[in-house]
Design a protein around this ligand. Sequence first.
Ligand SMILES: [Zn+2]
Length: 308
Amino acid sequence: MKKYVVGVDVGGTNIKLGVVDPSGHVIVRNSFATKPFASSRIKLITALSREIEASIVTAGLNKKQIAGVGIGLPGLVDYEKGFVRFLPNIPGWRGVYLKSILQKRINLPVFVDNDVKIITLAESKFGAGRGVRNLICLTLGTGVGAGLILNGQLYRGEDNAAGELGHMPLNEHGPRCNCGGYGCFETYVGNRALLALASRLMGRPGITLEETFTLAQKGNKKALLFWKTAAGHIGNGLVGIVNLLNPHVIIIGGGISHNEKFLFRTIRKTIVSRAMSLQGAAFKIKRAAFKDDAGIIGAYVLVTNAQK
Ligand SMILES: [Zn+2]
């Protein structure tokens, strides 16, 4: 019997859930705010159990029809042990055996993983990376992360912590980063850095990235310069990765990725002009195919891969 999967995407602001049918389509969606449950681990685990069970009922299914539950979390997660090491934006989540706790509560197989790895699985199986053996899935936002598919497999690293592209140092004398390092990629292209750059270049403190996008569309020279500078920083950070990993596709997702028009061409040009010639000629840049559903669809891929 082909089975369904419940996918859960835990974010610092919202938690999204969905039931995915055997062909990979989301048939039921639900979401709730994280904050009311963030004060205690048990509250959040209880809310997750309740919502997972409710979504199965809403989909008109019973537990026998569910292959498992896949959960993406924003932080360090030990996929093999089902253990949440640390979630920087949800207090109290350090050292939680989420897999075994939830399995006991809901009596279904549970798989947990880092959220960016789960998004990468979604893009690789059904999205912009379909059929691609070597790809990087870059997510831009407050944090900057990446998932790697190498030789057709998700690359996890020794502790499932590989892919922290945002914390690759680009300047040993650069600004201090939240991770403890200096001059990390994220300190140049994370949202905080981009907002500071926009305020400076536009001469308008507090300007939002959306405003600079609208102004750029109207041909505002300062706004165009801002996006070109941002894209140059992103491209520069990717040069070493292109040389190191020789990817075929770089998928870009996250908050500012909808702004393809002002970003992708400069990112590409920067990489081509700086990367080694063979690697620099081999890659394509694509926008992520999934937005809100990426975490749910990726959770489906996680569960079905684990049960192959
Ligand atoms: Zn860092």
